[in-house]
Design a protein around this ligand. Structure first.
Ligand SMILES: Nc1ncnc2c1ncn2[C@@H]1O[C@H](COP(=O)(O)OP(=O)(O)OP(=O)(O)O)[C@@H](O)[C@H]1O
Ligand SMILES: [Mg+2]
Length: 167
C-alpha cells in the first residue's frame, strides 16, 4: 500500500474521536514508496500513536504525521530502504525513564481505568511483524516523536528493496 494514502484515510476516520483543540497536520506532496503491511495493523498503529499524542495534549496542540522515504546505511544497524512515518506531538513529553519503559506491556502512567499500557507494546509488535522497527524521541515539556520504519517494497516484484538495487 501507499503509506501516505492509508494514513490519510485512517486520520479521516479518527478525527471525530479527537478533541477539537487538536490540530492534525499531514503534509501533502510527499510521495513515498510502497510498504507491505496488513491494513488493520496499520490502522491500529496509527490509532494508538495518535490517541497517545492526544492524551499528551489535554489542552490541545499540533499532531503532525509525516511520511518520507529514507535509506539507512549499516551505521544505523538497519541497512536498507524504508518508508518512515513520524508521529509528532507537542504534548507533555517523557523523561528518559518513561521513554525506556514506554513499550513494555502494561506500563502506563495513566490513572486506573484509563490506560491498559498495551498500546505501544501492540504497536511495536505489529511494526516488527511487518519487518520494521520503531524509535521514540522525547523530552519533558517539549513533546514526543515516534518514528515508525517500514521496509520499502517494489510494487513490480513485491520484494523488499535492496540498497544496491536502487535506481
Ligand atoms: N505521545 C506521548 N507523549 C507522552 N507520553 C507518552 C506518549 N505516548 C506514550 N506515552 C507514555 O507511554 C505510556 C505507555 O503508552 P501505551 O500506549 O503503551 O499505554 P497507555 O496509553 O498508557 O494505555 P493504552 O494505550 O493501553 O490505553 C503512557 O502511559 C505514557 O506515559
Ligand atoms: Mg496508548
Amino acid at each position: 500500500m501507499n503509506l501516505f494514502e492509508a494514513i490519510e484515510q485512517t486520520m479521516r476516520m479518527l478525527r471525530p474521536a479527537m478533541g477539537a483543540g487538536i490540530d492534525v497536520v499531514l503534509p501533502r506532496g510527499c510521495a513515498v514508496g510502497q510498504v507491505r503491511i496488513d491494513r488493520g495493523a496499520l490502522v491500529q498503529i496509527v490509532t494508538n500513536l495518535a490517541l497517545n499524542a492526544c492524551d499528551a495534549m489535554p489542552d490541545g496542540g499540533m499532531l503532525k504525521l509525516a511520511t518520507s522515504d529514507v535509506v539507512l546505511d549499516a551505521a544505523r544497524g538497519n541497512r536498507g530502504a524504508y518508508v518512515r512515518l513520524a508521529v509528532e506531538d507537542e504534548g507533555v513529553g517523557m523523561d528518559g525513564e518513561t521513554c525506556a519503559l514506554a513499550f513494555e506491556p502494561f506500563f502506563t502512567t495513566k490513572g486506573p481505568g484509563r490506560g491498559t499500557g498495551l498500546g505501544l507494546a501492540t504497536v511495536r509488535g505489529l511494526v516488527q511483524q511487518a519487518g520494521g522497527f520503531i524509535e521514540v524521541r522525547s523530552e519533558p515539556g517539549r513533546g514526543t516523536t515516534f518514528d515508525v520504519y517500514l521496509p520499502r517494497v517494489f510494487a513490480e516484484t513485491g520484494r523488499a528493496a535492496e540498497l544496491d538495487q536502487r535506481p
